[in-house]
Design a protein around this ligand. Structure first.
Ligand code: GLU
Length: 314
């Protein structure tokens, strides 16, 4: 068993009571791909007799869409995905994130960076150990976490299997505080998963390559490590990921039963015969949940889905 820098023992995730979470960003309504993530994490938590939390990751006012939080919560409710405990809003927790960023800066792990996006793009998109020499010290600065001495990362994802990354080579020093004076996703997610006692993250595989950054931050902050399961992200036949940016169609709340049945199919699960209600379907799905049956990858076209959850807006 490992310990925090303060010497406190860190129990491995499997020995703690399961806490899962769904953490949408309110950049638009939920689409079918988001339902797969929400449903998989809900079922995995309940099958382990755990708690399932919802956290609204509203730390990016530049991308937030008015009304999206209300729509997301309405869609979760109509699909029977009732969360345990209090709803958490990241926008109300900036000071907590700032304290962590300050601590990392004080101990020399994080440094101010003025490098522009265009300069970084010219250097392969990976931030080197030092900033561009001609950086203007008066311009707004981001805070980056130094990863040059990070050991190779290797973890076992419950769906995707072994995953390896070398942060210095594959990612570079990464932003934990944005130059717009906003906390970065990587920092906020790590602080909140720890603060909420989360043991298990089940989310889309588009975030798989973010996980080593989050694990490294957990280590630097003396926080517990989590278990991860990255479920496949739906892509069209051209390999384009289904997302709010690709105009994925919002879920139809009136077709919750059909949407959930289709989601069970995509997650490789059995479906109940003629479920009478959303609640009955979910109870059945919890009892029959098998994460081993979730496929690693999914690629399909919109016409393979029922009309209620067609992928792309026409
Ligand atoms: N807020 C992120 C999103 O909506 C998900 C974060 C996470 O699950 O770690 O893409």
């Amino acid at each position: 068993m490992s310990t925090t820098p303060a010497g406190e023992a860190i129990a491995p995730p499997s020995s703690r009571p399961y806490v899962g979470r769904f953490a949408p960003s309110p950049t638009g309504p939920l689409h079918f791909g988001s339902l797969l993530g929400a449903l998989a994490s809900f079922l995995d938590a309940h099958a382990a007799s755990g708690r399932w939390l919802v956290r609204i990751e509203d730390i990016d006012p530049l991308r937030e869409q008015p009304g999206a939080t209300r729509q997301i919560l309405a869609t979760l409710a109509s699909h029977g995905l009732q969360h345990d405990g209090e709803l958490l809003f990241q926008s109300q927790r900036t000071e907590l994130y700032r304290a962590a960023a300050d601590a990392l800066q004080r101990n020399g792990m994080a440094y101010r960076c003025h490098c522009s996006r265009s300069w970084l793009a010219r250097h392969g998109g990976i931030h080197p150990a030092t900033c561009q020499p001609q950086a203007d010290p008066g311009s707004p600065a981001a805070l980056r976490l130094a990863v040059q001495s990070a050991p190779p990362s290797l973890f076992e994802d419950r769906v995707q299997g072994q995953y390896q990354q070398l942060l210095a080579r594959d990612v570079g020093d990464f932003v934990i505080w944005r130059k717009e004076d906003l906390p970065a996703y990587q920092l906020a997610v790590v602080i909140d998963d720890a603060a909420q006692g989360v043991t298990d993250v089940v989310r889309g595989s588009d975030l798989l390559d973010n996980t080593p950054r989050q694990q490294y931050l957990q280590q630097q902050l003396g926080l517990r490590q989590l278990r991860y399961a990255h479920i496949p992200v739906i892509a069209d036949r051209q390999g384009q990921k289904l997302s709010k940016q690709t105009f994925a169609r919002p879920l139809d709340d009136a077709a919750a039963l059909d949407n959930l049945l289709a989601a069970l199919d995509f997650l490789g699960q059995q479906r109940p015969r003629q479920p009478r209600s959303v609640a009955a379907l979910l109870r059945w799905a919890v009892d029959h949940w098998r994460i081993e049956a979730v496929p690693r990858r999914l690629a399909l076209a919109g016409d393979e889905l029922p009309p209620s959850c067609r992928l792309f807006a026409s």
